[in-house]
Design a protein around this ligand. Structure first.
Ligand SMILES: *Cc1c(COP(=O)(O)O)cnc(C)c1O
Length: 471
């Protein structure tokens, strides 16, 4: 019997028990349990390629790549084999005081595929820790160079860099971050490049990248106190798949250079092909001083993250042991060999399958679907960078007025997609298109047609009229 046959269908009694224990004991992330406990959770027991398989054996398209991680599909034989192969040797050894081949090889591969100025790789566990490492390296760099007053970071409104306190300090999403304000270090926020709801009330045709210029203004005001500017290149992902206009990233790089400040690029979401190139920074030939990678790093198989740094940053930490320059930071599972083996296998697949080349026609097809969807009376904005897209649902197309948050329109649309075999997850009322890169054109069509149909069901159908009447 293979693993699939034992995984599903789950005997009804076992399923009932698991659901009960889930409600009793599991605290799900980003989840209001007053709502969660009212519905039957979808138990995913197996997966194959772009499909997730539930306890009854029903298949769903993994439309959000298991939250923006999965690249080449699930159960890719090469990645599974690489993990098993590594498991035959050792599952985990520490990087503290010891070295291990998969981490060494992966570091070398990452240095090869990232901008030339990035030569050092510091491994950690997830996107949040990759950002924490970048923050501490940036501050430590200035400290060791005799400028410890550089303790302010500049980030963008609507930014998301993770959920640990350091990365929350750089976060600009009020809904998630406001509560923790009193615990955070000081960050100055420049406007989000959110053209549809431009915070500066201008438009991309005429603004001359005014939002990026605000970064320059902050640098002028706080210049010698700033350690680094932090950005999600091209796409503010969790902020609502907000796509920056061309030139935005390059302008921020230039401003950092003019003011002698470091640039941290958080490519946790955009890395590994999502924007159509291996890294988002490539589109504008930007070389950041620190680069954060995680989600897609292992093909989405295991938790692993990397922060890449320049030689200059590395050198600031060099010195005699009593100089206090050592980077006293590390995680127990740093550079985990299983994760590194998965990452190496994923990078091999990029080459063998020419993943980025075969992605291009799918990016175009996605654009065609979005053009159609943009005409929908309740679609306010569609935005796309490569194979990432957001579809923002609004109540009033003419004014851009959103639905009340309590209506949970985005969540309802995504719930309606499930019976059609598509799993997606919104960001507020922005529907997110973020499938594994290996999805076929036919599946992409099915996904976008399902989204369109479910928008109609939720915001154009009778349910819409009825609940509107109650508001
Ligand atoms: C998801 C995300 C993170 C946080 O990663 P975790 O693995 O969830 O800690 C950080 N930055 C960006 C841009 C992300 O999308």
């Amino acid at each position: 019997m293979n693993a699939d046959e034992s995984a599903y269908p789950l005997p009804p009694e076992r399923k009932r028990q698991l659901v009960e224990w889930d409600r009793q004991h599991l605290w799900h992330p980003f989840t209001q349990h007053a709502l969660w406990n009212r519905v039957e959770p979808l138990l995913i027991v197996a997966a194959e390629g772009p499909y997730l398989i539930d306890a009854d054996g029903k298949r769903y398209l993994d439309g959000h790549s298991s939250l923006w991680c999965n690249i080449h599909g699930h159960r890719r034989p090469e990645i599974d084999a690489a993990i098993r192969d590594q498991l035959e040797r050792v599952a985990h050894t520490t990087q503290l005081g010891l070295a291990s081949p998969p981490a060494i090889e992966l570091a070398r591969r990452l240095v090869e595929l990232t901008p030339q100025n990035l030569t050092k790789v510091f491994f950690s566990d997830d996107g949040s820790t990759a950002v924490e490492v970048a923050v501490k390296l940036a501050y430590g760099y200035w400290h060791h160079r005799g400028e410890p007053q550089r303790n302010i970071f500049i980030a963008l409104k609507e930014a998301y860099h993770g959920d640990t306190i350091g990365s929350v300090s750089l976060g600009g999403i009020d809904l998630f971050h406001r509560v923790y304000g009193p615990l955070l270090f000081e960050t100055k926020f420049a406007p989000s490049p959110y053209c549809y709801r431009c915070p500066l009330k201008t438009s991309p045709e005429t603004c001359g990248l005014a939002c990026a210029e605000e970064v320059g203004r902050l640098l002028e005001a706080h210049g010698r106190q700033v350690a680094a500017v932090v950005v999600e290149p091209l796409v503010q992902a969790a902020g609502g798949m907000i796509t920056a206009p061309p030139g935005h990233l390059a302008r921020i790089r230039r401003l950092c250079d003019e003011h002698g400040v470091l640039l941290i690029a958080d490519e946790v979401a955009t890395g590994f092909g999502r924007t159509g190139r291996m890294l988002a920074v490539e589109h504008e030939r930007v070389a950041p001083d620190l680069l954060c990678l995680s989600k897609g790093l292992t093909g989405g198989y295991l938790p692993l993250a990397a922060t890449l740094a320049t030689e200059a940053i590395y050198e600031a930490f060099l010195g005699p042991i009593d100089s206090g320059r050592t980077f006293y930071h590390g995680h127990t599972f740093t550079g985990n060999p299983l994760g590194c083996a998965a990452a190496l296998a994923s990078l091999d697949i990029f080459e063998k399958d020419r993943t980025l080349e075969t992605l291009q026609p799918k990016i175009e097809r996605l654009a065609e679907h979005l053009t159609r969807l943009a005409r929908h009376p309740h679609v306010g904005d569609v935005r796309q960078w490569g194979f990432i897209a957001g579809i923002e649902i609004v109540r009033d197309k003419a004014t851009g007025e959103p639905y009340p948050y309590g209506r949970q329109v985005g969540a309802q649309i995504c719930a309606n997609a499930r019976p059609h075999g598509v799993i997606i997850r919104p960001l507020a009322d922005t529907l997110v298109v973020f499938p594994p890169l290996i999805i076929s054109i036919e599946m992409l069509d099915h996904m976008l047609e399902t989204i369109e149909r479910c928008i109609d069901e939720v915001v154009s159908g009778p349910a819409h009229a009825a609940s509107d009447g109650l508001e």
